[in-house]
Design a protein around this ligand. Structure first.
Ligand SMILES: CC(C)(COP(=O)(O)OP(=O)(O)OC[C@H]1O[C@@H](n2cnc3c(N)ncnc32)[C@H](O)[C@@H]1OP(=O)(O)O)[C@@H](O)C(=O)NCCC(=O)NCCS
Length: 399
């Protein structure tokens, strides 16, 4: 490890840190105008810098909360703007930043952290695991026909760009976060989203769905008109709903938009039954499946006790090389979780525990890949049921 120190950034150092992060991602630095447009997007006292003595690395976070299996919530640190200067990589700078961040989260009593990763190889060693995955889909708009039993849905009203920007936070906040892994949107997120939609080269529209009890879903999208011979595309930017009527009603609207050949959406929940809306499910194609939310259980004991479980007792042995105090055995059951000295049914590393935690992977699949060691098939069967959730996890918020 080279010689550097990590400390909280002063507010007058934050622009340099943002520039460093952008250069690390091969993105141009911000103009003065862009920087002032996102002045409300930084939670104070959440940006770390690594110095040698120049600024050589940075990592930020903001406060949020996450929905857990069983419907409870817990405080969460949403981690972003992680970067190390190109001439200082692979000498432990990120490792130092991650350690300082976890110490900060622990000191503030935040038991979990989440991030979206630029590369799949970076964060596992720090105990983050792929807790939620997502799919990108494409629909052939001319051929897709709704099945007769699909709910008709309620009333749709369209918002223009300015109304979208004004109403977005209240629209999102009013909807229940129905999946494990969904996070609360901090006020610090919205200025960045506003900047993105203002920069869009085609109009951004939001369709709001109203059911008998009021607003219960919305979708934000753009349409890219194609030149002669190519296909026009409706691109869904965000789609949130409270239940099946809004889900179906918004899809009915999207498939009715004129001058569109195909409808695409990225990062949708893996089990979202879009293809089942149509008489021929093959008119919906899954383009890819990606990792979405990477979770870190910073305080394993607290997090294990915070979610609910189904079925019989399972004892797990957790190995956490990066946060050693988490290592040990835990007894999990419908009554909660507690440390134990009983023999373990399952052995997992911290990153794999994160994959199990929100119900996004089955213990038996992780065992098949060598990520879980179990005493036998019966233990895996119990663990599959214990960690399993009714719906797939999904973060649904990019940060
Ligand atoms: C990803 C990044 C922050 C890593 O910083 P770093 O200071 O080089 O990381 P560290 O030196 O602490 O790496 C610790 C370990 O992870 C490995 N590692 C780190 N980044 C890696 C990567 N991108 N690919 C493969 N391995 C990586 C290192 O090789 C090292 O392994 P070792 O302990 O076996 O030697 C840096 O490469 C970067 O800024 N990349 C571009 C921006 C980016 O992708 N940011 C993340 C946004 S989510």
């Amino acid at each position: 490890m080279s010689d550097f120190s990590v400390r909280l950034l002063r507010s007058d150092e934050e622009r340099a840190a943002t520039d460093l992060f952008r250069r690390a991602l091969h993105v141009k630095e911000m103009t003065d105008e862009e920087w002032s447009a996102i002045s409300g997007s930084r939670q104070p006292s959440r940006a770390l810098g690594a110095f040698d003595p120049e600024l050589i690395g940075t990592a930020r976070s903001f406060d949020s909360e996450v929905t857990l299996p069983g419907g409870g919530t817990t405080p969460l640190a949403a981690v972003s703007l992680v970067g190390v200067r190109g001439d200082r990589t692979r000498r432990g700078v990120l490792t130092g930043l991650m350690r300082a961040q976890f110490e900060d989260f622990a000191a503030r009593g935040v038991p979990a952290a989440m991030l979206h990763a630029s590369e799949g190889t970076i964060y596992g060693r720090f105990g983050y695991g792929i807790a939620a995955r997502a799919k990108s889909i494409e629909i052939d708009r001319h051929r897709a026909r709704f099945r007769p039993e699909v709910p008709v849905g309620g009333e749709i009203s369209l918002l223009d760009l300015e109304s979208t920007i004004e109403q977005w936070p209240s629209l999102f906040d009013a909807l229940p976060r129905i999946r494990p892994g969904m996070i609360a949107r901090s006020p610090y997120l919205w200025p960045g989203y506003e900047r993105e939609v203002r920069r869009a080269t085609t109009p951004v529209a939001t369709a709001v769905h109203r059911g008998p009890d009021g607003v219960d879903g919305y979708v934000t999208y753009t349409v890219e008109r194609a030149k002669f011979g190519a296909q026009s595309e409706l691109k869904i930017q965000s789609f949130h709903h409270a239940g099946s009527a809004a889900f179906a009603g918004l899809w009915r609207y999207l498939l009715s938009v004129d001058l569109v050949d195909r409808v695409t959406a990225e990062k949708r929940p893996l089990d979202e039954p879009i293809e089942l809306l149509f008489t021929d499910p093959r008119h919906v194609t899954v383009q890819n499946i990606q990792d979405e939310g990477w979770l870190r259980l910073v305080d394993v004991a607290t997090m294990l006790d915070a979610r609910t479980y189904r079925g019989e007792v399972v004892v797990i042995e957790v190995t956490d090389p990066f946060l050693e105090h988490n290592s040990g055995r835990y007894r999990l059951s419908g009554d909660g979780a507690a440390r134990t000295t009983e023999p373990a049914d399952l052995e997992v590393r911290a990153d794999t525990l994160s994959m199990l935690y929100l119900g996004g992977w089955r213990a038996s699949d992780l065992a098949a890949a060598g990520r879980v060691r179990a005493t036998g098939e019966a233990a895996l069967e119990r663990a599959d049921l214990l960690f399993g959730t009714r719906v797939n996890p999904w973060c649904g918020t990019f940060f």
